[in-house]
Design a protein around this ligand. Sequence first.
Ligand code: C5P
Length: 220
Amino acid sequence: APAVIVAIDGPSGTGKSSTSKAVAAQLGLSYLDTGAQYRAITWWMVNNGIDIADPSAIAAVAGKPEIVSGTDPAAPTITVDGTDVSGPIRTQEVTSKVSAVSAVPEVRTRITELQRSLAASAQNGIVVEGRDIGTTVLPDADLKIFLTASPEARAARRSGELKGADLHSTREALIKRDVADSNRKTSPLAKADDAVEVDTTDLTLKQVIECVVTLVEEKR
Ligand code: C5P
């Protein structure tokens, strides 16, 4: 089968990562978590004392860190200047700062280039998950999925992942990040006109995976 390119976008807590990884693994495709790349560059900014409130300070060093993503869905990895940052990029500090960093155009240009080159070199095809994959990064993707879920369902899933995190503050933080991601000037979170919208509120993860696998198979 020819290489198939699948773009999966949507806000956080919709099951994007779990779905994307499982679909890629089941179909023998590569997998790219673009949120991890924005988290990695944010981790580097924090670690290097860059003022997150100053977009021009971020822009000035956007090209500095070397970010490498492993694309095996069974074991996705991410390194910054050779250091594995898979753990540190999930902290609350990075999570609360990533929207400000990802809104800087120079950061997006840099990361988008990495994403396009990884997608182009994936032999069997790739599942790329993010916020602007179908609209900006890979507008010619073979299949575009836009995952949604109610704010309640998303907060419940996220606080389940964070083991015991307070539901109310999780919901507030998540909504704050979605609002920032949806309203930034440069390639905001948005559904592409030709994306298939899947509301996961009342679906199990297994059902969402099956739904997306079926849609990919129809395109192959
Ligand atoms: O998916 P995840 O929650 O890890 O994404 C972290 C952040 O990275 C998002 O809140 C958003 O600011 C940014 N992001 C983005 N574009 C993407 C993927 C993620 O701006 N394609």
